[in-house]
Design a protein around this ligand. Structure first.
Ligand code: GLU
Ligand code: ZN
Length: 490
């Protein structure tokens, strides 16, 4: 890249389904490199595979980028000087270059039928030969070609791969990679329906869009020699190559759903914060030093470098991501936490437009220290929103307690709290703690019974803070309700 030239990098997703978290990881690294270098981040939609096209996936891809704040300078919705940015709208360009390659002797028309190619593959398999086109049409005479044409056969265009020699390229992460040309077959560049293959489209677009660094997952390394041959045939200088480490699960197998990996919008739905996902993905496969793990968005942009990218597969740990999400949740202000939790509480049917936001702000401190995901909030604090709670009355009886001890505990608590005039957490604890001893119970036993009575759960946010938020009337009502329930117990 000549001095002073501006970095241009692209994220080139195919709309073939919801983006895997590995795709998002790739997008983030490309975006970070663009922002770090003051360059352009381009999104190009590789939608030429019509069989694998999944409607709606484009929207999902873009929404995932937006959720993480990975803004693009050129591409869908924003356009740009090198468009169109959808490959399906560039067919004429690819057709023109395919024709040019045939005319200059670097490619040729192949008229082989599907049946013939299948037959050929079967025979190769039977002879235990590697599969690959047998180059039958590579040297057709013009008479032979004319015959096929007159039969109305529409050919594909294939690259004339050199029969010997080696093709090498330099990768900023992998170093020099060399392939023996004999391992490459004469790949199709243009299909008979006029659509390009990935190889032709990617080379033409990366060149015309003036991409300076091709960054993508390293599963694409084996395709590069084919691309290099195309660059050579077209007389173009290839960009720099940066093949990013693949994401693996903790067991070192390819990252999959069973490792907890979801699509990026799946993480959104599962209660993760975008800043946590951003930070977490950035430190999978990239390191600034050997210790720093928490980075703000600006710090990531400032410190990101290709040198910091690992050479070995990056291990994706769901546990670590959950830890980091919890960390970011604890960094939020109460108001912000409430704002982020609201969609989840609404989804659980606990709040609506009329819910008092000030009340939400009182509830949030009860959960902030104990959750890792926003999806956990509703289950912990539903009792603070529900008119009536229901639970198994047997839960009221704590460890080594019986029905009469439980009844007594509830009766005495009711009497005590009815007479109480201060209802903040400290005053409530000061009042209730001595009661345990008077009843011959441990504090754990008494508080456990009260906890179930007010929340319906054995595990809930801190008791006295919860009581304080619940307020006098509701707490007395629930204790009375629990006392009623003890009558059904044996
Ligand atoms: N369209 C390819 C994909 O979906 C991108 C390959 C590339 O970046 O060259 O992964
Ligand atoms: Zn052929």
């Amino acid at each position: 890249m000549p001095q002073g030239e501006i970095v241009r990098v692209r994220y080139a997703p195919s709309p073939t389904g919801a983006p895997h978290i590995g795709n998002t990881h790739t997008a983030l690294f490309i975006w970070l490199f663009a922002r770090h270098s003051g360059g352009r981040f381009i999104v190009r939609i590789e939608d030429t595979d019509r069989e694998r096209y999944v409607p709606g996936s484009l929207e999902t891809i873009l929404e995932g980028l937006r959720w993480l704040g990975l803004d693009w300078d050129e591409g869908p919705e924003v356009g740009g000087p090198k468009g169109p940015y959808f490959q399906s709208q560039r067919l004429k360009i690819y057709q023109q270059f395919a024709r040019h390659l045939v005319e200059t002797g670097h490619a040729y028309y192949c008229y082989c039928s599907q049946e013939r190619l299948e037959e050929m593959r079967r025979e190769q398999a039977a002879r235990k030969e590697p599969p690959g086109y047998d180059r039958r049409c590579r040297n057709l005479t013009s008479k032979e070609r004319g015959e096929f044409e007159s039969q109305g056969i529409v050919p594909v265009v294939r690259l004339k791969v050199p029969l010997e020699g080696k093709t090498a390229f330099h990768d900023l992460i992998h170093g020099t990679v060399t392939f023996d040309n004999r391992t490459l077959d004469d790949m199709v560049l243009l299909k008979s329906d006029g659509y390009p293959t990935y190889h032709l489209a990617v080379v033409v677009d990366d060149h015309l869009m003036e991409i300076t660094h091709i960054m993508r997952g390293d599963e694409w390394v084996p395709s590069v020699p084919r691309h290099i041959l195309l660059y050579q045939a077209l007389g173009w200088e290839p960009p720099k190559f940066v093949h990013l480490p693949m994401l693996l699960g903790p067991d070192r197998s390819k990252l999959a759903k069973r490792h907890g990996a979801a699509s990026v919008l799946g993480y959104k739905a599962n209660g993760y914060l975008p800043e946590a996902v951003l930070n977490f993905l950035a430190i999978v496969g990239w390191a600034y030093d050997d210790k720093t793990e928490i980075f703000t968005r600006d710090e990531l942009i400032q410190r990101f470098s290709i040198q910091g990218i690992g050479h070995t597969p990056a291990i994706f740990s769901q546990e670590k991501m959950d830890w980091m999400n919890g960390y970011y949740i604890r960094q939020l202000s109460i108001e912000e936490l409430a704002r982020r939790a609201m969609p989840f509480l609404a989804q659980a049917g606990l709040i609506d437009d009329k819910t008092d936001v000030a009340y939400l702000h009182r509830v949030m401190p009860l959960v902030q220290e104990r959750i890792k995901k926003l999806t956990e909030v509703a289950g912990l604090i539903d009792f603070l929103f529900l008119e009536k709670i229901s639970y198994d009355p047997a839960l009221l009886i704590g460890k080594e307690m019986d029905r009469s001890a439980t009844t007594r505990a509830l009766e005495s608590s009711l009497v005590l709290l009815k007479a109480q005039d201060s209802f903040d957490a400290v005053a409530l604890e000061a009042a209730l703690r001595p009661l345990a001893g008077q009843l011959g119970l441990t504090p754990g036993q008494l508080f456990g019974t009260i906890r179930v009575a007010i929340s319906g759960k054995t595990v809930a946010p801190p008791l006295f803070e919860s009581l304080a938020v619940l307020g006098r009337d509701r707490m007395l009502k629930r204790l009375a309700q629990a006392l009623e329930l003890t009558k059904t117990l044996r």
